[in-house]
Design a protein around this ligand. Structure first.
Ligand code: HEM
Length: 150
């Protein structure tokens, strides 16, 4: 199995990068929707439209892309016969990926609270939240690209 995965490694890597792009696109856009949504009146037409947009973005893009990124990432580790796990940069990358997963969980909670018309947070909170996945993403990309080449 490891030999077969090593043979098709470039295809797995291409799929991993594609899935990661889709996951990140959603993680960067969803808090923007929260900023706009928090400026609407609960029960208004605009608020109901944001609920649909948030739910679809989460269920149709963010969740499946996250699952695909992780499965394909694990296949890449397997294709290397787990050799990548000997490197400190991979441990650091996986730590940041775990934090990204935690932010994903927090955002899922916000989608639920908006759906129930709860408005516990200010627009400023969502603006700050918007920056967290960006910082994590930059860290992950630098670790995996610079780490694997040095
Ligand atoms: C559990 C989740 C993940 C695992 C197990 C994982 C694992 C891996 C592995 C083993 C590679 C191959 C490294 C190489 O061939 O040099 C890789 C490549 C890559 N990963 Fe991940 N990854 C995960 C999530 C992510 C996330 C969330 C991002 C970005 C936000 C990301 C971005 C990348 C990039 C850009 C590459 C290509 C690096 C290159 O070609 O040098 N990965 N990943």
């Amino acid at each position: 199995m490891t030999l077969f995965l090593a043979d098709i490694q470039p295809w797995i890597l291409a799929a991993h990068i594609t899935a990661v792009i889709a996951w990140m696109a959603g993680m960067l856009y969803l808090p923007r929707l929260f900023v706009y949504h928090s400026g609407t009146m609960p029960g208004s037409e605009a608020s109901e439209i944001f609920k649909v947009m948030e739910r679809r973005l989460l269920k149709a893009i963010i969740n499946p892309a996250m699952i695909a990124s992780v499965i394909l990432g694990v296949l890449l580790l397997w294709a290397s016969d787990w050799a990548f796990l000997k490197h400190g940069w991979m441990h650091a990358k996986l730590t940041l990926v775990l934090l990204m997963g935690a932010v994903h969980g927090v955002m899922t909670g916000h989608v639920r609270r908006f759906r129930e018309d709860q408005r516990a947070r200010t627009a400023r909170y969502y603006r700050v939240m918007n920056e967290i996945p960006t910082v994590l993403m930059i860290g992950i990309v630098v670790l995996v690209v610079v780490g694997s080449r040095s």
